[in-house]
Ligand binder design. Structure first.
Ligand code: GDP
Ligand code: MG
Length: 372
């Protein structure tokens, strides 16, 4: 309702902008012809001119396909799904180092050939149980993914450097983590350093209602060193314990549903989306829709850069075959036919355009259909 300009309103009810401005001015409201009218101003004008003002949401009828993913919950197919873990923390506290160390220490050296380059997500095995780690590109991206309801994370690890303690971004991360309702594990990193003080970290975190288990609270604090690798097994065991409690389950037979954690346009390959599978199994040849993009899965490479035919529950890989680059946080879903996939993506794209348009021109006259 706040999307109508004074002159548009005037036009719609056959008045001049001056008349509208005069009425509002008489009531102590200063507007110009191009200003947007607020809800209360609209109500006053309606009363003053003796018309009923109902402004329809222009997008209501846009045939918006929001629920195009019908979650097929067939519990008889349920299997345990590996946990997806996000590592967060203050800059330089060792997120990247820890992710790298976990990956290199848990990947057979024969496979680890091209392991040095940055990847958005990877899966390791600890005692034959899988864990997928996601590298958060930044807090902004993380919260935008959360805002879109695309929270892929099951467990959050907050890294705090033992020689530095809680810092500003640690605070931000704590509030993200609390809001997410995920179990939290604190990795107290850089324990190899002189001046490492885990009790200081525990005290600072306890002040923020993250009380260590050994202090009577519920949060596990695991001392680690991303440099030496000490404590990493403890950390992984703890992740598995937490995820057991969560009883993560999904249906590997369902239509695949995956979340994009990173995407780019690559020379010679086209749009590439790094995804984590949340339900079902994503296969080469699947018809997919991903927000306003669509296509058929041409190829999948896993986190070691190897071509694979499919990605299972909580697994991650890079998917080729979309017509455009999807945004991080977008949800990829398989469809029965390529036509369906295209139709849904097209409708969504039209809707997105309509929304953009209504943002720039605000509400057009037709959409003010309630105005007499
Ligand atoms: P990020 O910003 O949280 O990703 O932090 P980085 O992983 O980039 O680490 C920041 C710096 O701390 C780098 O110079 C790392 O080598 C160093 N670092 C990270 N973890 C450890 C650790 O456990 N011990 C020591 N001594 N240095 C570490
Ligand atoms: Mg980093």
């Amino acid at each position: 309702p706040e999307d109508i300009r004074v002159y548009e309103f005037a036009e719609a009810c056959g008045k001049s902008p001056a008349e509208v401005i005069t009425v509002l001015f008489g009531l102590g409201m200063m507007v110009t012809k191009n200003d947007f009218l607020k809800q209360d101003e609209l109500e006053i004008l309606g009363e003053e001119f003796g018309i009923e003002v109902t402004v329809k949401d222009a997008l209501e009828d846009a045939n918006y396909v929001d629920d195009y993913y019908e979650e097929e919950v067939d519990e008889s197919n349920f299997t345990t799904r590996p946990p997806v873990v996000t590592i967060m923390g203050h800059v330089d506290h060792g997120k990247t180092s820890l992710l790298d160390k976990i990956r290199s220490s848990k990947t057979a050296s024969a496979e680890a050939g091209g392991i040095t380059q940055h990847i958005a997500a990877y899966t390791i095995k600890q005692n034959n149980q899988k864990i997928t780690f996601v590298d958060t590109p930044g807090h902004a991206a993380f919260s935008s993914m959360r805002a879109r309801g695309a929270s892929v994370t099951d467990v959050i690890i907050i890294v705090v450097a033992a020689d530095d303690g809680v810092k500003q971004q640690t605070e931000e991360v704590i509030s993200h983590a609390k809001a997410s309702d995920c179990p939290i594990i604190v990795a107290v990193n850089k324990m190899d350093k002189e001046g490492a003080n885990i009790d200081m970290v525990k005290a600072q975190m306890a002040e923020r209602e993250l009380t260590p288990v050994d202090w009577g609270g519920e949060i596990e604090f695991i001392p680690v060193s991303a440099k030496t690798g000490d404590g990493i097994d403890d950390l992984l065991e703890n992740i598995l314990l937490q995820s057991e409690i969560l009883e993560l389950q999904a249906d590997p037979e369902a239509k695949a549903k995956a979340t994009v954690v990173e995407s780019s346009l690559e020379k010679g390959r086209g749009p590439v989306a790094t995804v984590i599978v949340q339900n079902g199994t994503l296969k080469v040849g699947d018809n997919i829709v991903c927000d306003t993009t669509y296509g058929r899965v041409k190829a999948i490479t896993n986190d070691l850069g190897k071509q694979v035919k499919e990605l299972g529950l909580s697994e991650t890989g890079r998917v080729l075959g979309l017509n455009e680059v999807p945004e991080s946080g977008a949800i990829m879903v398989t469809q029965d036919s390529d036509k369906e996939a295209k139709d849904i993506a097209t409708k969504r794209a039209e809707h997105a355009r309509a929304k953009e348009l209504s943002k720039s021109t605000k509400v057009s006259l037709e959409e003010m259909s309630g105005l007499i």
